[in-house]
Design a protein around this ligand. Sequence first.
Ligand code: SAM
Length: 199
Amino acid sequence: MSLKTFVAEALNNFQTVAAISPSSRFLATAMLEPRTLARTRVALELGAGTGAITRALLAQLPPRAKLLVFEINPRFFECLQQSISDPRVILINSSAENLDAELRRRGIQKVDAVISSLGLAFMPEDDRQALFQRLSPFLHHKSVFTQFQYIHGMQFVGGRLCRLNLRPLLSRYFGSVQSKIVWRNLPPAFVFTCHARSQ
Ligand SMILES: C[S@@+](CC[C@H](N)C(=O)[O-])C[C@H]1O[C@@H](n2cnc3c(N)ncnc32)[C@H](O)[C@@H]1O
């Protein structure tokens, strides 16, 4: 069910879904930082799709943690509502660009972990910058941000396909950026693990 939903939505909305299938369990595991998650009080997941990473994340979060899950696609959101009933989860059918308003509305001042599957390469440059500018005030010096990018790393610029290197963008907002490759995913992906700047 969730694979069928995913592929159908990917074909209809490739610009936002930016994937051909849900993440493998290998990619999901690589996106998680067990040491950070074990002490996480508030985590954000940006772009949950049908929940491939959400479920792996919930297996590692402490019982009292909160996980705010942003998913813009209404069909994926419905799928998440039907398949995830964990009291730690708050499902938000809104763009990740509204994260500051959603956090403030709930009285949340800081987040410990951010797990993003957003297709950053397919977002306009201004939206990418706006996203990180809105997220930055909610990070503390031990916060961890993880993002994956498929190995081809293509983006559209002026209707043309070219490569986007995420490292310079992430280095602008984080003190350290480490990457590794996960081959067992379709397609293989880089996982970037970023630590906030010490303040
Ligand atoms: C590459 S898919 C990853 C889905 C899932 N996390 C996985 O790993 O299988 C990206 C997801 O981000 C969602 N998305 C794209 N832009 C978004 C935005 N601005 N805010 C929230 N979700 C967004 C898409 O609808 C899609 O579900």
